[in-house]
Ligand binder design. Structure first.
Ligand code: HEM
Length: 506
C-alpha cells in the first residue's frame, strides 16, 4: 500500500473515531439530529445541492430547532421562534464561531476579542462623527459616480457592477479610516479593497477537510492563506507609518493647540495605553483591516442587491424620484441627515431588498458558556455551532403577510420599522448586543448613493426578460447575481439643474 493510501485510510479511521465520540457525548436534551443514511457524509450532499428544499423539509418534520451533520460538524439550525434567544444569550458568540471559520484575529495578530474594539470604532467614529462624514461621503460619491459610471448620454452597460461598487465603497471607507490626506492614496484604497478579496479566497478553501477534523480546515486557512494577508498588512503599515509619525510630530509641537484629524487612525492613537514613543503598527493596521473587512463587502453586496431589485422593477423609479424632489426641491448637492431620514420610500425599498437578499442559513454562533438552554427546554452544549435559519424568519407569512415571498418595495412604509432597525423579525444586521454597530452609517451611505443614481440615471437590467436574476447561494449565504446593469441618462427637466450644479463644483 502506498503512503498516500495508508494516510487516507488512517484519516478515515480518525474521522469515524471522532464521530463515534461525538455520538457518545450527545445528551438527551439536545435538539433532534435529522436522520441521515451515510456515515461521515451525513447531510453534506443535500446541504450543498439544495439547502433551501432540504431545510424546509427538516423544518416540517422536526420543528423549530434541529441539528444537521455537514462537513464533519453538527450544526444546530434555529428558526423564527427561537433565533432571538441565540442573539440574546451571553453563552453564544458569533465572533468565536467566525474566528473558527476565518481566523482573522490569528492572521492579523489581533486579540481574540478584536471585534469588540471594531464595534467601538464603528460607534465612536462612523456613527459618532456621522454628521461630518455625511458631507465627505456625498462629495466622494458624486466624484466616483461621475468617474466610474459617467454621463451615459448613450446607454452604458456596466459589465461588472460589483467591481465598480467595490471601488466606490472602498474609497468612502478608506477616507474615514485614514483621513483626507491618505484617503486619496489610490494604492491604499486598492489594498483595502483587495483585502476583502483575499479573505473571500480563504473562504473558498474546501470545507471537506472538516470531514477529518475541523482543526485541519483551520490550519489549512492559516498556512495557505495567511501569507498573502501578511503581505497586505505590511503594505498598510508602510503607507500609514509616515503619516502617523507626522501626526505625532505635530502633536508634540502644538500640544493642545492642534486640531487633530477626525478618522479611525486618530481614534486608535488616542486610546488610553497607546505608547506614542513606540507605536504598535501591527495593532493599528490590524484594526483598520478588520474594519474594512466588516464594512466594505457587506455594503457592496447590499447595494448590488438593491440595484438588481431596482433595475428589474422600473415601475418604482418615478415614485422614488418624486420623493427626492419633495425632500430636496432645490436639488441641493449635499443633503443633511434630516433629509436622508425623510427618504421613507427609498428606505422601505432598501429594507425589502435586504429582507429578500436570498440568505437561507446565516449568522453562525458558537456556544461558549457551559451550554445554551432554549426556552423550549432543549440544551446545546459548549463548543456546538448554531446557525440562524434566516429564510424562515424573513419569508414568514405571519410576520410579513401571505405575500411574504413577493418583493413589494413599499411593504415597510408607515410601519415605524426603518431599514436600520434590528428586531427578531429582521435579522440582516444581526440582533442583540452584537448587532451591527455600523448599520446606521451603512443605510445612510446606501440611501445617499441611491439618491444620486435615481436622480441621474434610468437603470435597467441586461437580461432579455428584464426580470431579476436569482442570486447564488453557497453554504446558505447569498451572493448577488453578477448580471450587468445598463445606465442611461435620465431625461427630465430636473437633469439640467443637476448637471449645472455638477459643472460648478469647486
Ligand atoms: C449593509 C452593510 C452591512 C451589513 C448588512 C452588516 C451586517 C452585519 C451583521 C449581520 C453583523 C453580525 C451581527 C451579529 O452577530 O448579531 C455585523 C457585525 C458588525 N458590523 Fe456590520 N454590516 C454592514 C455594514 C457595516 C459597516 C459600514 C460597519 C462600520 C464600521 C460595520 C461594522 C460591524 C462591526 C464592527 C461588527 C461586529 C460587532 C460585534 O461583534 O460586536 N458593519 N454586521
Amino acid at each position: 500500500m502506498s503512503i498516500l493510501s495508508t494516510l487516507v485510510v488512517g484519516l478515515c479511521i480518525l474521522a469515524i473515531f471522532y464521530r463515534i465520540n461525538k455520538f457518545r457525548d450527545r445528551k438527551y436534551e439536545e435538539p433532534p439530529l435529522v436522520y441521515y443514511k451515510y456515515p461521515i457524509i451525513g447531510h453534506t450532499w443535500d446541504y450543498c445541492t439544495n439547502i433551501d428544499e432540504f431545510l424546509s423539509k427538516c423544518r416540517k418534520e422536526y420543528g423549530e430547532i434541529f441539528s444537521i451533520y455537514v462537513f464533519g460538524t453538527d450544526i444546530t439550525v434555529v428558526g423564527k421562534e427561537l433565533g432571538h434567544e441565540v442573539f440574546n444569550s451571553k453563552n453564544a458568540s458569533s465572533s468565536a464561531a467566525f474566528e473558527d471559520r476565518v481566523p482573522v484575529a490569528r492572521i492579523l495578530g489581533l486579540p481574540p476579542n478584536y471585534l469588540n474594539f471594531a464595534a467601538e470604532i464603528a460607534k465612536n467614529v462612523f456613527i459618532g462623527q456621522m454628521h461630518l462624514f455625511i458631507v465627505k461621503t456625498q462629495q466622494s460619491l458624486y466624484r466616483d459616480i461621475d468617474e466610474l459610471i459617467g454621463d451615459c448620454d448613450e446607454p452604458k452597460i456596466i459589465q461588472n457592477p460589483r467591481q465598480v461598487l467595490f471601488m466606490i465603497v472602498s474609497r468612502t471607507v478608506t477616507n474615514i479610516l485614514v483621513g483626507d490626506k491618505l484617503g486619496h492614496d489610490k494604492d491604499l484604497v486598492d489594498i483595502f479593497m483587495n483585502f476583502g478579496n483575499e479573505f473571500n479566497k480563504l473562504m473558498r478553501i474546501p470545507e471537506y477537510l472538516g470531514f477529518i477534523h475541523p482543526w485541519f480546515f483551520q490550519q489549512s486557512i492559516i498556512r495557505f492563506g495567511g501569507k498573502n494577508i501578511e503581505k497586505i498588512q505590511k503594505n498598510v503599515i508602510d503607507k500609514i507609518r509616515p503619516d502617523i509619525e507626522e501626526r505625532l510630530k505635530q502633536e508634540r509641537k502644538y500640544g493642545d493647540g492642534l486640531k487633530p484629524p477626525v478618522d479611525c487612525i486618530q481614534f486608535l492613537l488616542n486610546q488610553p495605553g497607546v505608547d506614542k514613543e513606540n507605536i504598535d503598527y501591527m495593532w493599528i493596521s490590524g484594526q483598520l483591516l478588520a474594519i474594512t473587512f466588516v464594512a466594505i463587502s457587506t455594503t457592496v453586496t447590499t447595494i448590488n442587491n438593491f440595484l438588481l431589485d431596482l433595475a428589474s422593477r422600473p415601475e418604482y423609479l418615478d415614485s422614488l424620484l418624486e420623493e427626492q424632489e419633495q425632500i430636496n426641491p432645490n436639488n441641493d448637492r449635499i443633503m443633511d441627515l434630516d433629509q436622508i431620514s425623510k427618504m421613507k420610500r427609498l428606505d422601505s425599498f432598501l429594507k425589502e431588498s435586504l429582507r429578500l437578499s436570498g440568505n437561507i442559513l446565516s449568522l453562525i454562533h458558537r456556544v461558549i458558556g457551559p451550554e445554551l438552554k432554549f426556552s423550549n427546554g432543549y440544551q446545546v452544549p459548549k463548543g456546538s455551532l448554531i446557525r440562524i435559519y434566516l429564510k424562515n424568519v424573513h419569508h414568514d407569512n405571519e410576520i410579513y403577510g401571505p405575500d411574504s415571498n413577493e418583493f413589494y418595495g413599499y411593504r415597510h412604509l408607515e410601519k415605524e420599522s426603518p431599514a436600520s432597525k434590528v428586531s427578531r423579525d429582521f435579522l440582516q444586521f444581526g440582533m442583540g448586543q452584537h448587532a451591527c454597530p455600523g448599520r446606521n452609517f451603512a443605510v445612510n451611505e446606501i440611501k445617499m448613493f441611491a439618491s444620486i443614481l435615481i436622480k441621474k440615471y434610468n437603470i435597467t437590467i441586461a437580461t432579455k426578460s428584464g426580470m431579476r436574476p436569482p442570486n447564488f447561494v453557497i453554504n446558505g449565504i447569498s451572493f448577488p447575481n453578477p448580471e450587468p446593469l445598463i445606465f442611461e441618462k435620465r431625461v427630465k427637466v430636473w437633469d439640467k439643474n443637476y448637471n449645472l450644479k455638477l459643472d460648478n463644483e469647486n
